[in-house]
Design a protein. Structure first.
Length: 274
């Protein structure tokens, strides 16, 4: 089988997933910057090339280790994280209908999440808290027949258990343990699936001169040259894709700006956000 070829044009923003991956691969500049919620405010920066590499490996992993067809519903139950963003990109490229549920916001709302899953009937749940779906709590009843994939938070995690101390069921997919085994190129071309456009227009992914800041907790403020979004809702993924298509960065701030004002202001200064 021939390696994947990702065609794109430097003169025009990519209109489909293969072209977007091609654009990202060509960019050594930052594409995704993540700030953790802890006191030390961990920062991870991924260039376009590194983000593309993660997405391609995840596409290979999901293609070989799951039985999810194109246009199938998939739930991503995870806090705002660079690895979750890479999962969203890979899922979109595979044509999955992905619903995002921020796990931190749903901790005390298990019944609502189970209701969401009941209506969605996902074939796969990708989560950073697999124990909630496999334990004795109310969410376990919502798993149903869905496959389960565990997403650990570290950059160099060898397994979910190594990272968190939590052992996974043998039937669950451990993304960290498996993803690096997959090559940097896919064995077959991706379908030229169109990028979803944000509903507020072609420029909704990023303001002129800026990028997109995605916040883990809802915040009522505005940024002069950058767009601001909450890690929730269907439009967010489209905004992220359009930002990358315009060769601009996405910044994920996992914390709550209201609870961590100093960390928020420091992030704004670090990234030149105005």
């Amino acid at each position: 089988m021939t390696p994947i070829t990702l065609g794109g044009s430097a003169a025009q923003a990519p209109q489909n997933f293969p072209a977007l991956l091609d654009l990202l691969e060509s960019r050594p500049q930052p594409a995704l910057i993540w700030y953790g919620a802890g006191e030390n405010q961990e920062r991870v920066e991924l260039s376009g090339r590194v983000l593309q590499n993660w997405a391609v490996k995840l596409i290979g992993l999901f293609s070989q280790e799951t039985e999810i067809d194109e246009d199938a519903p998939v739930l991503v139950d995870a806090a705002p994280h660079w690895k979750a963003a890479a999962v969203l990109l890979a899922a979109g490229a595979l044509g999955w209908r992905t619903t995002l549920s921020a796990s931190a916001a749903a901790q005390d709302n298990a019944e609502a999440l189970v209701s969401l899953v009941s209506g969605l009937e996902p074939g796969l749940i990708i989560t950073d808290r697999p124990g909630a779906w496999t334990g004795a709590g109310p969410m376990a009843s919502g798993l149903g027949e869905a496959e389960l994939a565990a997403l650990s938070p570290g950059l160099l995690d060898a397994s979910f258990e190594e990272s968190t101390g939590e052992r996974l069921p043998a039937w669950a997919l451990d993304i960290s343990a498996e993803v690096r085994q997959h090559p940097d190129q896919l064995p077959a071309p991706l379908p030229p699936l169109a990028l979803p456009g944000a509903t507020t227009g072609a420029e909704s992914g990023a303001a002129a001169g800026g990028g997109l800041v995605v916040v883990g907790a809802a915040i009522e403020t505005s940024l002069k040259d950058w767009r601001l979004a909450h890690w929730a809702g269907e439009e967010l993924f489209a905004q992220m894709l359009q930002t990358w298509a315009q060769s601009r960065p996405v910044v994920l701030f996992q914390g709550d700006p209201a609870a961590q004002p100093e960390a928020w202001e420091q992030m704004l200064r670090n990234e030149g956000v105005s």
